[in-house]
Every structure is written in C-alpha cells, then in structure tokens.
Design a binder for this molecule. Structure first.
Ligand code: IPE
Ligand code: IPE
Ligand code: MG
Ligand code: MG
Length: 393
C-alpha cells in the first residue's frame, strides 16, 4: 500500500472478501508496464485511482505486450485495464463510473476468466485481460441497476450509486458501463461479442423472472433456479467461457469451463440467498432479510413452503409485513423445518458437478475454480455450524 490511499491489489483480489476504499481516495488514467516491479505497479494503481475520482485529465503510460504467467500478476494488471476502460472526457462520468471500481469488490468474474484461460494456456495476454475487463464491466452495470431495483443504500461498503447520485444517473451510468463492455467484446471478436450480448439478455430475463415472482407463495423451485441461473450464473459461465475462447480452447474444453463457471455461479447465488436469510448483520455487511422484505422468496423459503408441516404458518407469516420485517420470526419457522439442510443438498449437487468438471479438465487452474466452489460451500457449512439461531441477528 502506498501512502495509505488505495487498497493494495493483494487486498483487492484475495478470494471472497471485497474491500472498500475510504472516501476521497482514488485515481488518474494511464496504463502500465506489465512486468513493472510491485512498487511501480502500486504507483500506477494510485495514479489511476486519483484520475477516476478526481476527474484529472488523462495521462498516457506505455502499454506492454509482455505475457503474464500467473494469476496474481494478471489480476494486478486487470485493475489498471479496468480503470482505463471507463475513462471518458467527462470528469463527472469518470467519477461515477469509477465509484464502485474504486470501492473494491472481489473481482470474481474476471478472476474466473483468467483462471479459465490459464487452464488452457500458460500465460495471460491482453485479450484475456480485456475479456476479464468486459465481464467485470457487465457485472458493475448489473450492480448499478440491481441497486436501483432494490433501492439499496450501500454497495461494496460505500454509498450505492443510486443513493449518492439518484436512480436516473445510476441507470444511465450502468448503461455506459455496458457500452464500454460491448466495445471491448467487439474488439475480441464476433463470438465473444455475441456471447456477452446473449448473457446480458439472460441476466435481464433472470432479473425479470425474479421480479415477476415477487411475493408469490407458489414460486416453484424450477422458476427460482432459472432466475438465479439467468441473473448470476450466466455471467460466471460466460466469464469462464470467454477465458477459453480468447485462448483458442477447443469447443469441448470451452463447454466444460463454461459449465464449471455455471456451477460456481449457482453456488454463489444460493449462498448469497442463504446468507441474506440467516447471517447476522455483521457477517453480511448489510441488514439481513432484505430478500424477504422485497418479496424475493429464495430456496429455503420455497422448500419450506412446498414441503413442510409448517407450510401454512409460514405462508401467513409471509403475508404479514410486520412479521416479515421482524426477520427472526421467519428464521425461526424455517429453522424448525429441514429447509436449510435441504438447501445444502442442492448446493452439494453443484459442488459435486464442479469437482467432476475440474477432474475432466485435469488442470490446476480448473481445480482452483472448483476449490472456489468448495470455499463457498464451506462458508455455508460454517454458518450452519456456528448456529443460525434466531438470536444470531
Ligand atoms: C454481488 O456479486 C451480486 C450477486 C450476484 C449476489 P459479488 O458478491 O461478486 O459482488 P462484488 O463484485 O464482490 O462487489
Ligand atoms: C443480484 O442478486 C444479481 C445481479 C445480477 C446483480 P442479488 O439481488 O441477490 O444481489 P445483492 O444481494 O443485492 O448483492
Ligand atoms: Mg439485490
Ligand atoms: Mg442477495
């Protein structure tokens, strides 16, 4: 960390924990040498951050074509490319477009792109990095839009874009990020551009299906799985597939990597939904129970509503807004059923498939992707072991 102003790339890229910048930090625009020593790379990151938040006009730094041979070097370089990708000649737009980038996040989707690429080749080149940038930009746009839909007040530990600048600006800047992603995808070729456009359509359909199912006590398992597959797993599948495509992987390998990304995405959203219901505010970093309040009935609720003796009591509780706001009431009911352990059975299905796919791919990078799935599942197991008692909140 240099001067204490920007989080280090190691912090920003380490596994599951996205970190936030403090207010007033951030960047200039430039580009860096790929194989710069760490101190110089850190300087470049600081420069980029100053540019993005401060709207200082663009600096030009040399681009290197040297290939990167490991994931963490690739992720460092990706940070620079990502910041560069959203720079325009409007300082206000730069500030907003850079807001969530500067705030942290786990960079999970570009990490999948880089890992998928490293599963088929030894090095990360510019095309792989741009593939990673494109998927993170689509993700960022979906966060802008999702926070408008949810009327969320915070994201990545900072004020959400809608809370700070209003819904209109959050939507338009989300569209701007999508436009930048589309431009990058077009540079990567027709196949990548088509795939990303189709994925965006899947994400919209998934979100719409979720909205349509709002407050629906008869929401089915199939409809739920379809919604989370569209809104979340489709982009993770595409993140892996793009890593394969820009690395000229065979169609068979691309399919395996795509399915591996899909499994990680399904587990990711299932975990997110379970945590929203059962984790404490401290663990979650936001108020739990938001899905229930918004009428989004996720897997444990659906299972308990379909198949438990408490079905009717749960249904009438969910119909009573005063009880829903008191999240513990629903939690307590759910904990008196097998909904949580049945949900874990669903998660285990995707985990087993992820591990089978990694075995078929037979590379250490694909194994790392499957271990990400294992880590996500472990965090659910640990939540349950800690005891998701109604008093936990
Ligand atoms: C949040 O995704 C949205 C969901 C799909 C649940 P992440 O948890 O990957 O968000 P960041 O990128 O780390 O902020
Ligand atoms: C959002 O899922 C998926 C996106 C495409 C952004 P959620 O609605 O569960 O994400 P959070 O919980 O708000 O981060
Ligand atoms: Mg949301
Ligand atoms: Mg959620």
């Amino acid at each position: 960390m240099l001067g204490g102003t920007v989080r280090s790339s190691a912090e920003s890229n380490d596994g599951l924990h996205g970190k936030a910048h403090k207010e007033g930090e951030v960047c200039w625009g430039l580009h860096s040498q790929t194989l710069l020593p760490e101190a110089a790379r850190e300087l470049c990151r600081v420069v980029l951050c100053v540019f993005l938040r401060g709207g200082i006009s663009c600096l030009v730094v040399q681009q290197s074509n040297n290939p990167l041979d490991d994931l963490s070097a690739g992720m460092n370089q990706l940070e620079l490319e990502l910041s560069k990708a959203v720079i325009s000649d409007d300082p206000f737009l730069n500030q907003i477009a850079g807001h969530l980038i500067g705030a942290g996040g786990k960079r999970l989707r570009p990490r999948l792109t880089l890992q998928a690429a490293l599963s088929v080749r030894e090095t990360i080149d510019e095309r792989v990095l741009l593939g990673g940038v494109a998927v993170e930009l689509v993700h960022l746009a979906s966060l802008h839009h999702d926070d408008v839909m949810d009327e969320a007040s915070s994201r990545r530990g900072v004020e959400s874009v809608n809370a700070r600048w209003g819904n209109l600006i959050a939507v338009v800047t989300g569209d701007y990020l999508l436009a930048r992603a589309a431009g990058i995808a077009a540079r990567l070729g027709k196949e990548v551009a088509e795939l990303l456009a189709d994925t965006l359509a899947d994400m919209c359909q998934g979100q719409l299906l979720e909205v349509k199912s709002g407050y629906d006590l008869s929401r089915t398992l199939e409809s739920y799985l379809l919604a989370i597959s569209g809104k979340t797993a489709s982009l993770m599948a595409t993140s892996c597939r793009i890593g394969a495509l820009v690395s000229d992987a065979s169609p068979a390998t691309s399919n395996l990597l795509g399915e591996l990304g899909h499994c990680v995405g399904m587990i990711f959203q299932l975990r997110d939904d379970i945590f929203d219901l059962f984790a404490s505010q401290e663990e979650l970093g936001k108020v739990p129970g938001q899905d229930l309040i918004e009428g989004v009935y996720t897997l444990p609720v659906i299972l308990a509503l379909t198949d438990s003796p408490l079905r009717e009591e749960l249904a009438s509780t969910l119909n009573d807004p005063a009880k829903v706001v008191e999240t513990n009431v629903v939690r307590e009911l759910l904990l008196s059923t097998s909904a949580l352990s049945d949900s874990v059975t669903h998660i285990n299905h995707y985990q087993n498939r992820a591990n089978e796919l990694a075995d078929q791919l037979g590379t250490s990078s694909s194994r790392s992707i499957a271990s990400l799935a294992d880590d996500l599942v472990r965090s659910v197991d640990e939540l349950i072991e800690r005891g998701v008692s109604p008093l936990a909140s």
